[in-house]
Design a protein around this ligand. Structure first.
Ligand SMILES: Cc1cc2nc3c(=O)[nH]c(=O)nc-3n(C[C@H](O)[C@H](O)[C@H](O)COP(=O)(O)OP(=O)(O)OC[C@H]3O[C@@H](n4cnc5c(N)ncnc54)[C@H](O)[C@@H]3O)c2cc1C
Length: 361
């Protein structure tokens, strides 16, 4: 098959690698001049990344063994292994994988529009339009996916957060990153301090609106000065977003495959790429194959709807429930990429979690 992938982010390149390795002719079109820039990501991965059996040391910056969770009046520390990666090296690793498997990557090439079965790519350096009729188009062009819009199936009710983050200097616990919840800090998500080293950290937050005002306040309260600022859109999973139309499949952020509780999209996106490629190669029913991953994302969305109504007292109550050793053990056993056992086991250990279900009404 002749396959055009739009977007040379990690998810598009991973799909390109898997398809090229299986003998397909793969061309990846990237609108920026360089892979992996500008960086718009913290780069946190749960240990579920291990399932992909990739050499993490190629892009690893730091490894954590603890996560600090702060509600307005309580604190909790969860013991979990997490990775911090350099997104520039991470993205280039996946691009190299794809290239070495035979995929071609065209930078400065942007998806412009679609006319019938033809897609039009613009070479921004030569100001030239290229007309292509691939057998398959994979839209991996991020949260605002122009490709999904051109194919007419970008769901009109999809929402995006706006994440903003700075690199800062300070004194940090190298093996622990911190998350801060509450109405005053970041009412729609949480703020984070994620150390790259003992003296440098990535500090940020994300909101649907007003991220900058909350971010500036958080930076001021912690007395941080930004060495560098990055920002970008992050999609919220929408259960009604179709994943395929005509010969076009949506992948990664373009499909909204992001955990609505934390806005982490790397592990779900890579998993989605594997499922899509396996479905294409082995002629499997994609809807059926993707259902278990979609179920996890729906569960994250349900939690997001509950958290969106949380007061500061709710955050304090939640943190105090989780801090009980019997519950904490559950949170240390299952990562957030496994919400089904995490939530069901937590409810078994602490039925008072049902108190928060009132926010669903
Ligand atoms: C501030 C912030 C912090 C984040 N932190 C984390 C985190 O810690 N952990 C985590 O798992 N996730 C995090 N995310 C989310 C994560 O960055 C995304 O889920 C991930 O990048 C998705 O990968 P992707 O390949 O689908 O899309 P992208 O990485 O967005 O790649 C899409 C590519 O398509 C290209 N493109 C766009 N339009 C076109 C076009 N018309 N033609 C050609 N190319 C095009 C873009 O230039 C880009 O290279 C964060 C996001 C933000 C904004």
């Amino acid at each position: 098959m002749d396959i055009a992938i739009i977007g040379a982010g990690p998810i598009g390149c991973y799909a390109g690698y898997l398809l090229a390795k299986a003998g397909h002719s793969v061309s990846i079109y990237e609108n920026h001049g360089q892979i992996g820039t500008p960086i718009q990501c913290t780069g946190l991965l749960t240990s579920d990344f291990d399932q992909f059996s990739l050499p993490i040391e190629s892009f690893l910056v730091n490894t954590f063994d603890r996560i600090g969770v702060y509600s307005p009046n309580h604190k909790l520390e969860i013991h979990q292994k997490e990775y911090l990666v350099c997104r520039k090296r991470f993205d280039n690793f996946f691009a190299d994988l794809a290239k070495n498997a035979g995929a071609k990557i065209f930078v400065n090439h942007s998806f412009s529009r679609k006319e019938g079965k033809t897609i039009i790519i613009t070479n921004s350096q030569r100001h030239q339009e290229i007309y292509l009729t691939p057998d398959l188009v994979i839209a991996a062009d991020g949260p605002l996916s122009n490709t999904a819009k051109a194919y007419g199936f970008y769901h009109p009710q999809r929402e995006n957060y706006f994440g903003i983050q700075a690199t800062v200097e300070g004194n940090f616990d190298l093996h622990s990153f911190q998350t801060y919840f509450g109405e005053k800090v970041c009412p729609e998500l949480f703020a984070w301090i994620v150390p790259e080293s003992a003296t440098i950290a990535r500090v940020g937050l994300a909101m649907r609106k007003n991220s900058r005002a909350y971010f500036d306040r958080f930076m001021k309260e912690h007395n941080f000065k930004a060495l560098e600022i990055q920002a970008g859109a992050i999609p919220v999973y929408h259960p009604c977003q179709e994943l395929q139309k005509e010969n076009c499949y949506l992948l990664g952020d373009a499909a909204g495959f992001v955990k609505a509780t934390t806005l982490g999209g790397l592990v779900p996106g890579l998993k989605q790429a594997e499922i899509l490629v396996d479905g294409l190669l082995n002629k499997k029913n994609y809807e059926k194959a993707i259902a278990p991953l979609a179920k996890k994302l729906r569960l994250h969305l349900l939690l997001r709807r509950i958290f969106d109504k949380f007061s500061d007292q709710d955050w304090d109550r939640l943190v105090s429930f989780v801090a009980q050793p019997k519950v904490q053990k559950v949170f240390e056993r299952y990562t957030r990429d496994n919400p089904v056992p995490l939530i069901s086991m937590a409810l078994l250990k602490e039925p008072r979690f049902f108190y928060f279900a009132k926010h669903l009404i």
